[in-house]
Design a protein around this ligand. Structure first.
Ligand code: BG6
Length: 516
């Protein structure tokens, strides 16, 4: 592969990072998987980068009975297990900021004990009530917890700037369809103002997803060709080789459409296709994303099957090892019709994109992990090399690679040394790791820090959530009434015939998944 790599000089680098304000973080679900795998290590990283205020403390809340000491030990293990280069000194200093209280999420007494603990800890750490509540619990617990936060008055602090000082982070999925999302939002809004709510989608915290904005709007050369005149189609892929792992009971009620498509997929689509915002401000960016999502043509129920396809993985081979099919996974209903794969063709009815198809696909237990956005440009209108047999020349393709290797590549035709007309496709590659020489930060690190400084740019506003459910709820309803099960695909495969047909019927092809 050809490599043309840019070099960076110090004056090329423009950075801005605000340190967190003094606050306490209250994590519901503190003994759970998300806290163990992502949250603790992300906050620890913020701490080691000196961006965490020295007064910060974290109160973990959960059903499991643990003392502060137990929680500190499990937190230290979790951080060691999920990060490299962890110094014992840093880890001990960080652990001193951790506390724990256990109880039942449906019991008002739990919230009274949280409150009493916060009063005591605020005094100890000299924090005057600035708090972030993080719902790192299964979605069915969001409503009871929020109601109790309201009833116990934990959701408010008296004083003129109280709204700025108590924040709520809600994990995705926000609701499971249009109605449940509206109900959840109403419940939250009874206790919290929109300005206090941080609806998290960790994809928005990934460096390469944030880079979509920089790439498109900090360079003048891409916008002029970023439209229906030059772009043939766009492919967005989130392929995973993992299965449902230990999350079967959640996943079987959710499925790929709710778990990834409604949030990560549509958010990436919005960033790639939206109009330029006037400024890098939370609401200006969110306005443009919502406007774009509103322009997606609703699915026509008569042609649903030619626009969106679902599948479920059967047994197969992943990295040479035999794995079970979805219905044989732990905690999955053996008759389950839940989809583990979704592919769709979307159109945006607006001036920029009219007639340009956006093909989106996401699935579990596929051949490799590969998240990318590929912009496939139109072919040259006429080949002047036709006499040399070069009639159909490949289109230029710009790939924004999100995972597993973060980077950008642009393919183009170039002359090869040698005979007079000898051409081939070259790739101009930019790879984050080799240019910036750092490990990519964890998405949660970015998002937690943003919440601590009160920046909602990378969080979803309710109208954005609502419009995505408006688009997908008719699909969910149609699938629910469908007697046929989703198509089965073998674990470890790249695709299956129904998915191929979705794009091949338009004379196009899916890109091959990246090899690992
Ligand atoms: C989560 C989904 O939001 O994203 C998981 O619930 C999925 O099912 C995960 O595996 C993928 O995230 P990432 O960052 O590994 O691409």
């Amino acid at each position: 592969m050809e490599k043309i790599q840019p070099s960076l000089s110090p004056q090329d680098i423009v950075c801005a990072e605000a340190a967190a304000q003094p606050n306490a973080m209250v994590v519901f679900g503190a003994s759970g998987d998300l806290t163990r795998r992502k949250l603790l290590v992300s906050i620890f990283r913020i701490f080691t980068q000196d961006l965490l205020d020295e007064k910060f403390y974290l109160l973990g809340c959960g059903r499991k009975k643990l003392t502060d000491e137990d929680f500190r030990k499990t937190a230290q293990q979790a951080i060691r297990g999920n990060a490299s280069d962890v110094s014992a000194k840093d880890l001990n200093a960080f652990a001193e900021k951790l506390y724990y209280v256990d109880g039942d999420y449906n019991d008002a007494a739990f919230y009274e004990s949280i409150k009493a603990r916060l009063v005591q800890l605020d005094k100890k750490h000299k924090i005057d009530g600035c708090r972030i509540f993080y719902l790192a619990v299964p979605p069915f617990l969001y409503s009871p917890i929020v109601e109790h936060l309201g009833l116990s008055t934990l959701s408010c602090i008296n004083g003129p700037d109280s709204k700025q000082r108590v924040r709520l982070i809600v994990e995705k999925p926000f609701g499971r369809d249009l109605q449940s999302a509206a109900e959840l939002n109403d419940k939250i809004r009874r206790c919290f103002d929109e300005s206090q709510i941080y609806r998290i989608d960790h994809y928005l915290g990934k460096e390469t997803v944030q880079n979509i904005l920089m790439f498109r709007f900090a360079n003048a050369i891409f916008e002029p060709v970023w439209n229906r005149n030059y772009i043939d189609h766009v492919q967005i892929t989130i392929a995973e080789s993992i299965g449902v792992e230990h999350r079967g009971s959640y996943y079987d009620k959710s499925g790929a459409l709710r778990d990834i498509f409604q949030n990560h997929m549509l958010q990436m689509l919005a960033l790639v296709a939206m109009e330029p915002p006037a400024s890098f401000e939370a609401d200006r960016i969110r306005d443009e994303k919502v406007k774009l999502l509103r322009s997606i043509r609703p699915f026509n129920s008569n042609e649903l099957n030619s626009l969106i396809v679902r599948g479920q993985y059967g047994p197969g081979l992943i990295n040479g090892k035999q794995v079970v099919g979805y219905r044989a996974e732990p905690e999955i209903n053996p008759q389950s019709k839940t989809e583990t794969f979704v592919a769709a063709k979307l159109f945006m009815d607006n001036w920029r994109w009219k007639g340009v198809p956006f093909y989106l696909r996401t699935g579990k237990r596929l051949a490799s992990k590969d998240t990318e956005i590929a912009i496939i440009f139109k072919k040259v209108p006429h080949s002047m090399f036709i006499s040399a047999g070069l009639e159909d020349m490949p289109a230029n393709v710009l790939v924004l690679q999100i995972q597993p290797e973060e980077g950008i590549s642009l393919s183009f035709q170039a002359k090869r040394p040698g005979s007079k007309i000898c051409m081939s496709t070259l790739n101009m590659n930019f790879n984050y790791k080799s240019i910036f020489l750092v490990d990519m930060p964890e998405a949660y690190q970015r998002l937690l820090l943003d919440c601590m400084v009160g920046d909602r740019t990378l969080f979803n506003r309710y109208d954005g959530v609502e419009v995505s459910w408006q688009l997908l709820t008719p699909v969910l309803e149609a699938w629910q009434n469908e007697t046929l099960a989703p198509c089965e695909y073998a674990a470890g495969s790249e695709s299956f015939p129904e998915v191929d047909k979705l794009i091949e019927s338009d004379g196009r092809k899916w890109r091959k998944l990246a090899e690992i």
